[in-house]
Design a protein around this ligand. Structure first.
Ligand SMILES: [Zn+2]
Length: 357
């Protein structure tokens, strides 16, 4: 998978030996002799070089049969970007106009290759592509809101009309000036307790909530672009901010019903399945067969399973509440460990409530 390329082995080994926290989220190190996997800077151990195996995601390490270290807890991300990424993002937010070049990255003590890899993995694009689309995204929003093109070009730091038109056309497929009122999908990376997520929204609500190490993500992005006939740009809007807060509360066990508006175009069948997902109560599970019956097509468990897997709004359209008939977990795009975690969270909360009554 091209998104999850690992740094060179020598660099990763160095990071492990130096307990370099800045590699957090870039790779995970598993130790053959102990069957445990860790964050690069785990304080607990210094594995022998010959025993180290590297993975790009916690999920891959888990599926390769390693257990998560109890000390550095690699399954629970810290909920933040590494310090160097935060600094970079702040810099971009302060001035979307000025391009940060490789030389400037180095001056900040950041290897350009490391930035490329982090942004590739977490945003699906290189750091420079992120900057470019962020800048274009700003311009696009300005035009949507009715600003004059001349002003937009000037304010977003483009040198010329033609340069701006070219860049704009490449990203959005239509010339600026015809774009007022056009939809775009803004996406934002969110470091949740359960790992990095990508959240997307359009002008009417949230349309994407996915764990960013999810294998389907690239396909989901493509479908979104097609369904909305809109480009995907990094950024945020009020729905994204709202749902981040809600997801946080949900993971902490303080929220059961989400209020953020959702937008989920699909085939009639998919939409029916997704609407029925919404009706499964917190802490309860149904089988694929039961969901098929509720959807009105008895016996179509397989088709329902597929539609369930195509769900783009994890957690809020709770596909994790659908399990196999025999009680086994079944599949989950975000990884079975996450499904188990979500089900445990909800069950424990319900149980806790029953106790206190
Ligand atoms: Zn560890």
């Amino acid at each position: 998978m091209k998104y999850f390329k690992l740094p060179p082995a020598a660099e990763m080994k160095r990071a492990v030996y130096n307990k370099d926290k800045s590699y957090d989220g870039i790779f995970f190190v598993a130790v053959k002799s102990t069957n445990i996997f860790c964050r690069p800077a785990c304080p607990a151990r210094k594995p022998l070089e010959k025993n180290m195996v590297f993975y790009a995601t916690a999920r891959e390490a888990l599926f390769a049969g390693y257990r998560a270290c109890k000390k550095c807890r690699p399954m629970e991300l810290t909920g933040t970007h590494p310090v160097w990424v935060k600094k970079l993002l702040d810099k971009i937010d302060l001035s979307a106009v000025k391009k940060i070049r490789d030389g400037e990255l180095r001056a900040m003590g950041i290897a350009p290759e490391k930035a490329r890899r982090y942004f590739m993995k977490n945003y699906g694009m290189t750091f420079h592509a992120y900057q470019r689309s962020r800048r274009l995204g700003n311009a696009f929003m300005n035009i949507r809101e009715g600003s004059k093109i001349d002003d937009v070009i000037f304010e977003n730091g483009y040198d010329s009309h033609s340069g701006f038109r070219d860049a704009f056309g490449k990203q959005f497929g239509k010339p600026p000036g015809k774009s007022a009122g056009t939809e775009c999908i803004v996406t934002s990376l969110y470091q949740s307790k359960l790992g990095p997520m990508i959240i997307g929204a359009v002008s009417k609500g949230v349309c994407l909530v996915e764990f960013s190490d999810r294998r389907m993500l690239e396909y989901q992005m493509k479908t979104l672009r097609k369904r909305f006939k809109a480009a995907i740009i990094p950024g945020s809007n009020k729905y994204i901010e709202q749902v981040k807060i809600e997801i946080d509360k949900y993971f902490d066990g303080h929220l059961r019903i989400f209020k953020t508006p959702l937008v989920y175009p699909g085939t009639d069948f998919q939409i029916k399945v997704w609407e029925n997902l919404k009706l499964i109560p917190y802490g309860k599970t149904v089988s694929y067969a039961e969901l098929a019956e509720k959807t009105g097509i008895k016996g179509a468990s397989r088709a329902v399973g597929t539609a369930n897997g195509m769900n783009r709004i994890a957690i809020l359209l709770p596909c994790h509440r659908v399990v196999n008939k025999d009680g086994r977990l079944g599949g989950y795009g975000g990884g079975l460990w996450r499904k188990q975690w979500l089900l445990d969270l909800e069950k424990n909360k319900l149980r806790g409530e029953a106790k206190s009554i």
